[in-house]
Design a protein around this ligand. Structure first.
Ligand SMILES: NC(=O)c1ccc[n+]([C@@H]2O[C@H](COP(=O)([O-])OP(=O)(O)OC[C@H]3O[C@@H](n4cnc5c(N)ncnc54)[C@H](O)[C@@H]3O)[C@@H](O)[C@H]2O)c1
Length: 441
């Protein structure tokens, strides 16, 4: 992250209208949109969102200064948010939300008019990259480069029609097949050439990201796809002064993992095995039933423990850790996932113990507040002159993107400290490390 020096920071005001661009109008994005509409009408509360509910401690503990985050840094008001989406299906946001089955019809009906007015634009899609899906609502163009131009046109039209001041894009589309960074991803020139050559190592999600960054719009990836996690995108983001974040919203089982693993490590308890399995029955579950899409998710979920437990530093405790993650598509469950974890740990003198977790979670209910926070913080980052990878937003992701020379930070509590310290600095306050020798600090 090549952010400005802190003392040069001048944050632009959060005035005006913010447009939110969502490629993918499925369970997560409609739960997010319907939630914002319901919250605006006073029908529900934004539980799970730091920007709306969390306080931030400032200064010494005896100063008792704990403002709300939203009162401390300038964030866009929920009343000034506008939505646009793309999808391969024509269903409007109301129909798609009903179909996803996350929120009750009774709640959706109270925001039906606004939801029904959100009609997805035609998508950039190729079945090669999401094997389990196909839909009719797609654009036609000669090559990837032309697709980028079409998405840029959509973005500009949406901005103009609604008289918007700024925009943020968050990928809420399906998980694409596993891809590794290659030669065509290495810099802007190679990527642009590959766009014109319709190269197979470019996936549709990359088209949206490239279009957003080219338009100077902050971009966050909610899925584990490679997408913007390539040098060409980092370079374009730096060049255009655009903040980037990703990948894969940290919800459900991985959220639990990054809460529990730091605790076990903090107490120097060993972990011999961690078996995680899930059943879920939504469209995301169906997409992940394809081995190539699952591989993308699996990689994202597996990396977490290695980085938190640091087996290189603690070989006796973690070097033989057997970590397995399974996802099973089970339609009756719809969005109400069940995630089981069996954790084999050991303590004093090597005596074994077990922890069992059965998390009956609602995936999209956990993901929606993440989108809200990301959108508001990415807009804040842009107004603060931040550009490139935003590691302070790692808190929200399963596989945080990071500079090549650094390892990703997965520990939820370190991530939170980093996030809050960034906010403190943005608000002109001192960082709090909890490490000071002063009695009160
Ligand atoms: N729900 C969670 O807790 C959670 C957590 C982490 C990541 N995610 C990721 O978020 C994404 C969305 O999850 P969901 O539960 O809403 O899935 P979903 O299947 O309900 O919605 C995804 C939507 O994206 C559309 N889509 C696919 N390819 C597209 C394209 N190229 N352009 C435009 N639209 C496209 C699909 O038609 C679908 O409507 C998935 O990739 C999922 O892995 C979800």
């Amino acid at each position: 992250m090549n952010n400005k020096k802190y003392n040069d920071l001048k944050i632009e005001k959060a005035d005006g209208k913010l447009g939110i661009l969502l490629p993918g109008l499925g369970a997560v994005s409609t739960t997010f949109i319907a939630g914002i509409l319901a919250i605006r009408k006073g029908l529900a509360e934004p539980f799970g969102s730091l920007t709306q509910m969390n306080h931030i401690r400032l200064g010494r503990r005896d100063e008792n200064r704990n403002p709300m985050i939203k009162d401390f840094v300038p964030l866009v008001d929920l009343d000034n948010i506008y939505f646009a989406a793309w999808d391969i299906f024509e269903d409007n946001a109301y129909e798609s939300a009903l179909n996803a089955g996350v929120l009750d019809k009774a709640l959706l009906d109270q925001v039906k008019d606004e939801l029904s007015a959100i009609k997805p634009m035609k998508a950039v899609f190729d079945r090669k990259y999401v094997k389990k899906l196909d839909g009719p609502h797609v654009k036609k163009a000669a090559n990837w480069y032309e697709y980028v131009e079409l998405i840029r046109e959509d973005i500009r039209n949406f901005k103009k029609k609604n008289n918007l001041d700024r925009l943020v894009m968050v990928w809420t589309g399906s998980t694409e097949i596993f891809m590794k960074p290659g030669d065509i991803h290495k810099d802007i020139t190679s990527f642009e050439k590959a766009l014109k050559e319709n190269h197979p190592q470019i996936a549709p999600s990359m088209i949206y990201a490239w279009a957003a960054i080219s338009e100077g719009i902050p971009y966050a990836n909610g899925a584990p796809n490679l997408t913007a996690d390539i040098p060409a995108m980092y370079q374009l983001a730096e060049k255009n002064g655009v903040p980037l974040a990703g990948k894969d919203f940290k919800t459900g089982q991985t959220l639990m993992k990054t809460i529990i693993a730091p605790g076990l490590k903090a107490r120097m308890l060993g972990v011999e095995g961690w078996f995680s399995t899930n059943i879920l029955g939504n469209r995301d579950g169906e997409v992940l039933d394809d081995p190539e899409s699952f591989k993308t998710k699996e990689e994202s979920k597996l990396s977490v423990l290695e980085h938190i437990l640091q087996p290189d530093l603690y070989p006796d405790l973690y070097k033989d850790l057997y970590h397995k993650v399974r996802i099973n598509y089970y339609p009756p469950r719809r969005d109400n996932k069940e995630g089981w974890d069996n954790i084999d740990i050991f303590g004093w003198l090597g005596y074994p113990m077990q922890i069992k977790i059965d998390f009956l979670c609602r995936d999209s209910i956990l993901a929606a507040p993440i989108i809200l926070d990301l959108v508001l913080f990415m807009d804040l980052a842009k107004r603060s002159g931040f550009k490139g990878i935003q590691e302070w937003l790692s808190f929200y992701f399963k596989s945080p993107i990071h500079a090549a020379e650094l390892y990703p930070e997965h520990d939820l509590f370190i991530q939170l400290m980093k996030l809050k310290n960034t906010l403190r600095v943005l608000g002109g306050e001192k960082e709090i490390t909890h490490l000071g020798l002063d009695y009160y600090i």
